[in-house]
Design a protein around this ligand. Structure first.
Ligand code: CA
Ligand code: CA
Ligand code: CA
Length: 425
């Protein structure tokens, strides 16, 4: 069979780079299926090649993956028998945006026995088949539909880093709870999925294990414009997020545990009850001007004896402070920014990302014997031209050193030559 896209007259442009799906089915009908092709566990990477490709997979545990791609993909695992003569099932994958073209420029025919699929960082739509599928959406707002079988939606972080919500009419929705999980997974909408599996700790949960209450309270507390409408009505919060919050790009950043840790007078009332903390903020904390400043990562870095227990688990740090740290008189003194400035080899990696600095200290720095010695005030004093910009703002001094001072050869020590050069110029 030959192909001509007749682009000259119908502007439909497509470029087959392999035999197309009907060729494969015809060959299978005439000669039988080649059961050696892709017989093992195979991974098929999707990318925008501007060609049409057919994938035939005879057996194994296989994955079609758009990981690394930043565009939105539609992936439909093989589930349709298109010929009465051959029982091979067929699916398809293409970049969603190309569906608006006269014909997509990149397209994959998927055929045979393929069970699993992974999206990229875009907003993907992934549909499984009759097999027990494992589907990963990755970052972005993904729609995952397992079809029949016992299907699993997989997420990158720990199970505690996500909310599972649903209302009477919606499918299950998984919402990242922490900055860490938000970077790796978007809010995903799950249909015909039986269980959710979290790569970070290997925990699986049935799709029925919803956390509507925790989500609703944190969602309302994260979006103060909603407080006067919904108060602590968690169902209204969940409903609002599903109906409009997702599309408005709203996120859930309020953390009841961190709120309690940030307001130690509340500890004796609420302990580590994050929901009670969120309710308190909604009902009175916001009007009292209370804020959430506690940083579990910095707390752990400030108390090195906790590192071996909690590592970079910021939630565990906040819980420790509430349960015992506050009574033990522990404090949070670690300054990620000063740590980075004190270890200039880290600047190129972390810049002014203070959390990354704290995580580095916990994971490596403490064992490497690194310390925090940089003093923003001394730095400003040693660079007198900065005084009129920063005054005694030590933090601004630290930032200046990281962002430009180090490249300008500035130091924190009084340098007579540098000083003279400044006077002369
Ligand atoms: Ca295979
Ligand atoms: Ca995605
Ligand atoms: Ca399935």
């Amino acid at each position: 069979m030959s192909y001509a896209d007749d682009y000259n007259w119908n502007t439909k442009q497509w470029d087959p780079a392999t035999p197309m799906i009907l060729d494969v089915l015809a060959l299978q009908y005439i000669y039988g299926k080649n059961m050696d092709t892709n017989a093992g566990d195979s991974t098929f990477s999707l990318s925008q090649t501007n060609t049409y490709l057919t994938i035939w997979d005879s057996s194994g545990n296989d994955n079609v993956s758009a990981a690394g791609s930043t565009v939105d993909w539609q992936i439909e695992l093989p589930n349709i028998r298109v010929s009465t003569l051959v029982d091979t099932k067929v699916g398809i994958a293409f970049p969603k945006a190309e569906i608006s073209l006269p014909s997509p420029k990149s397209l994959y025919w998927l055929s045979g026995d393929i069970e699993n699929a992974s999206g990229g960082s875009g907003n993907d739509t992934i549909t499984g088949n009759d097999a027990n599928n494992i589907i990963r959406g990755g970052a972005g707002v993904d729609i995952l539909d397992g079809g029949s079988g016992f299907d699993t939606a997989m997420f990158a972080g720990k199970s505690s880093g996500y909310y599972l919500i649903e209302n009477a009419t919606s499918p299950l929705i998984v919402v990242p709870r922490t900055t860490n999980t938000r970077l790796r997974d978007g809010t995903d909408i799950l249909d015909n999925i039986e269980q959710v599996l979290f790569d970070g700790d290997g925990v699986s949960k049935p799709a029925s294990a919803t956390t509507n209450k925790a989500f609703g309270l944190s969602y309302i507390a994260s979006n103060p414009d909603l407080i006067k409408f919904f108060g602590t009505n968690v169902d209204a919060g969940v409903e609002h997020y599903i109906q409009s919050g997702i599309n408005e790009g709203r996120t859930v950043t309020f953390d009841g545990l961190r709120y309690i840790a940030s307001n130690p007078d509340l500890i004796k009332f609420f302990g580590t009850d994050a929901d009670a903390g969120a309710a308190h903020y909604i009902q009175s904390g916001i009007n009292e001007g209370r804020t959430t400043t506690f940083d579990g990562l910095r707390y752990i870095a400030s108390n090195p004896d906790l590192i071996k227990f909690f590592g970079t688990d910021a939630d565990a740090g906040a819980a420790h402070f509430v349960q015992s740290g506050v009574n033990e008189g522990r404090t949070t003194t670690f300054d990620g920014l000063r740590y980075i400035a004190s270890n200039p080899d880290l600047i190129q990696f972390f810049g002014t990302d203070a959390d990354a600095g704290a995580a580095h200290y916990i994971q490596f720095g403490i064992n490497e014997g690194r310390t925090t010695t940089f003093d923003g005030l001394r730095y400003i004093a040693a660079n007198t031209d900065l005084i009129r910009f920063f005054g005694t703002d030590a933090n601004a001094g630290v930032k200046h050193y990281i962002q430009s001072g180090i490249n300008e050869g500035r130091t924190s020590t009084f340098d007579a030559n540098f000083y003279l050069a400044k006077i002369v110029t």
